[in-house]
Design a protein around this ligand. Structure first.
Ligand code: GSH
Length: 513
């Protein structure tokens, strides 16, 4: 891949042949999503039985080995860092306070936490299934240009696509073995460097570790794991791959899917000091399970809380004895504001903020620092006022993205849109945002198969490294801390937003160069 054109020039017949193989392999292996209504109209599929392959590249994208290894190498330190941040309530309170005026969602989360804190948390263990996202930053001022993995964001709730990404790696491996050697401009299998991707085992392993750490039910129930999901989720197979892997334990671990809107309908809290979370099987209410782990694939978006009852339901979960993945504190640790504060360079004499959480003098911490990019507050501090100037300047703003404290994609404001956007907001709300320098990755080309059509051209790749961590919120003891495979997502280089779930990006895998 280092020499010659990539992707290799293809004849029409070759493209069609590849598409045929990908279409079938994807469905045969569950590299799929439930059909979007734009592809299969609801009236053609009234019972929701159809699925289509997830948007995917026809080739793995070349990705700098150095950056891939950098992301892997720092993941356990990141796990440790975010576990420590989650435990520092005073730090989170201070950080949250800075955005709360412009952000009711964060305020509501914080209020739920305070209510539970007042009566006392009963579950000391906390689980994180994390994903740290990076883009390759190319510094062309050096010769040869040097590359660094720079962190885009750190996800602490519903970090998705670990189920499908393992299969994307397998798809590209399959094509490398069977199809690429047949092309006119053949790619020899050994010309690609395709690392193993253990994201399914890794993420499921985190859930299993938490399940096993949860004691045997004192109430005589069987333990279970609950996946808390959104109603009508289309990314269901990604979740199912994890679910099937979690169950594969001896003895089998029961896993149930619970829609966020149905929490109060199907679960109750035991009237005991531990407030165990009890799940009643909807089809047979005599079957009761004690929820050991609640894994949230919802609850990160305002749409998940349409009314006060939804907030009551989140409170109900938070005060329960189940191990939360994540707890509210861990969810809040994933805000952009926390990321910005952590990435603030240490003043020459004073210790860094990072040093409050992990030993900042180790080589591991030095590696972590290298992944930070420039992120500025939008408040009235000196750095904030400086950032406000940049954000409002029609020229300077072009190097930045403005981000609110939101998850799930589609919320960011890019480049020249920033000054106009700020005008629509009262200035008192500006501090709810952070300003981040755009990372400009080296150009890569690929071919995306999306809903049966090919999109060819420049793409931007974003690497996600998964990590799992189980810790004791009280003592700080870490019971489990592992890396858990990777995700590569790509998007057309003309598109700003990159989320696959939000409909912009596609699945990809790395060929290390
Ligand atoms: N509810 C969906 C799921 O559980 O798969 C989507 C969740 C979601 O949007 N997760 C964000 C993410 O990982 C983090 S909060 N997005 C990646 C992407 O869409 O490409």
């Amino acid at each position: 891949l280092t020499s010659g054109a990539f992707p290799p020039p293809l004849k029409e017949t070759e493209k069609n042949a590849l598409v045929d193989v990908v279409k079938d392999w994807a469905i045969a292996n569950g590299l799929a999503v439930r059909s979007p209504p734009t592809v299969v109209p609801a009236e053609a599929d009234p019972t929701g039985i159809t699925a289509v392959n997830v948007p995917v590249t026809l080739f793995p994208s070349p990705f700098p080995k150095k950056c891939f290894e950098q992301g892997q190498a720092v993941q356990q330190t990141y796990n440790e860092l975010y576990a420590a941040v989650s435990r520092d309530e005073a730090f989170l309170e201070q950080t949250v306070k800075e955005v709360i005026d412009g952000d009711d969602f964060i305020r509501n989360l914080w209020d739920v936490h305070l209510k539970v804190k007042a009566e006392g948390y009963t579950q000391p263990l906390s689980l994180g299934l994390f994903r740290s996202d990076y883009m390759v930053h190319q510094d062309s001022s050096t010769s040869p240009p040097s590359v660094q993995a720079k962190q885009v964001e750190f996800n602490t709730i519903a970090a998705s696509f670990g189920g499908l990404s393992a299969y994307t790696s397998k798809l590209h491996k399959f094509l490398a073995d069977t199809e690429y050697p047949l092309l006119q401009n053949a790619l020899a299998p050994n010309s690609l460097n395709l690392p193993e991707n253990q994201s399914i085992q890794g993420l499921a392993g985190g859930i299993q570790a938490a399940f096993n750490a949860y004691p045997k039910s004192e109430l005589g129930h069987a333990k279970c794991v609950v996946f808390l999901v959104q109603g009508g989720e289309r990314n269901i197979f990604d979740q199912r791959h994890l679910e099937y892997q979690v169950t594969q334990s001896s003895p089998t671990i029961p896993v149930f899917r619970l829609a966020i809107a149905d929490i109060l309908k199907h679960t109750t809290l035991a009237d005991t000091p531990k407030r165990q979370l009890l799940y009643r099987l909807p089809r047979d209410s005599s079957k009761v399970f004690e929820v050991a782990v609640i894994y949230m694939r919802s609850g990160y978006h305002t749409n998940d809380y349409p009314d006060q009852t939804a907030w009551d339901a989140r409170y109900h979960l938070e005060r329960s004895g189940a191990i939360k993945c994540p707890s509210i504190l861990t969810q809040l640790a994933g805000t952009k504001k926390v990321q910005q504060v952590l990435a603030t360079p240490r003043p020459s004499s004073a210790p860094s903020v990072l040093g409050k959480f992990i030993d900042d003098s180790t080589p591991a911490a030095a590696e972590l620092w290298k992944t930070f990019t420039n992120i500025y507050p939008m408040d009235t501090s000196e750095a904030g006022l400086e950032a406000r100037k940049k954000a409002q300047d029609p020229e300077l703003c072009k190097a930045y993205v403005l981000k609110p404290q939101r998850e799930g994609g589609g919320n960011n404001i890019y480049r020249s849109a920033i000054p106009e956007f700020l005008k629509t907001l009262p200035e008192s709300h500006w501090s709810a945002y952070i300003l981040m320098e755009l990372i400009v990755p080296p150009p890569v080309s690929n071919i995306i198969l999306r809903n049966g059509h090919l999109e060819e051209g420049g793409i931007i790749c974003e690497l996600g490294i998964y990590g799992t961590c189980l810790w004791n919120q009280g003592t700080g003891e870490i019971l489990h801390n592992k890396g858990a495979g990777y995700l590569l997502r790509s998007k057309g280089d003309q598109s700003e937003e990159g989320g696959v779930a939000a409909g912009y990006g596609c699945m990809d895998s790395v060929s290390l160069v």
